[in-house]
Design a protein around this ligand. Sequence first.
Ligand code: T5A
Length: 232
Amino acid sequence: MPRIGESAQRRGAFITVEGGEGAGKSTQIARLAATLRARSGRGVCVTREPGGSPRAEEIRTALLGGLAKPYGPFAEALLFSAARIDHLDRLIRPALRRGETVLCDRFIDSTRAYQGAAGGLDPGVLDALERVVVGPTRPDLTLILDLAPEAGLARAAARAGGQGADRFEAETLDFHIRLRGAFLAIARAEPARCAVIDAGRDPDSVEAAIRATVAARLPELLPGEGTRGDAA
Ligand code: T5A
């Protein structure tokens, strides 16, 4: 649970990366982490959801294996939240208190989009869960990697090399189209926190857009690069 005064102790920067399946989040987080390690002079903590701590990784295995699917999106949201509580307590908040930059592959917006907009769970329930689970530990910047679902699913399938789709990759195309709309709606609703990145381009171009956005939004992380503005 969030502790009183936590936000006052927080010194690091919290960046989340969101988007549909195969949008290139892991690829771009690795590149951004390398850039920040070389340029920012701060520690960088790379993590992911669901997962990021040993207990949360156990819940990840159950969720992506489809264990909670028969119970519906509310039960799945509760399990994602249980994983998130442990992840925040064990990894994210301690890293932020140490002044590190936390780069997290998926966070609250994935619950809003997958279990909420695409899965049909009441937004009021999700708001209440967020308040209890996340409290003041909100991202400073959320990069939303936007890509046509057909392209993202094809990338994910090519990478899997015939291993088969996981719980969410196996959803209908209509589900993935709703997901894309949900992420774009979140970006429109919270423009100060979110930036949409066109993820349909080659990896170097996507990386350059992300770097320019981080430099513009969080200039203390990339000193001397903050004048180019967002280049999504
Ligand atoms: N979930 C998660 C919820 O439902 N609710 C929640 O609250 C949370 C937190 C997680 C699943 O859980 C769901 C959402 C997800 O379905 P996951 O395995 O972590 O599962 O799935 P993803 O986060 O979607 O991860 P992926 O690895 O599938 O996608 P990425 O990280 O976006 O993509 P990446 O970088 O691995 O790239 C995929 C492939 O494309 C290539 C890469 O080389 C790779 O082969 N690629 C590109 N190809 C062409 N052009 C580019 N620009 C490319 N960038 C990468």
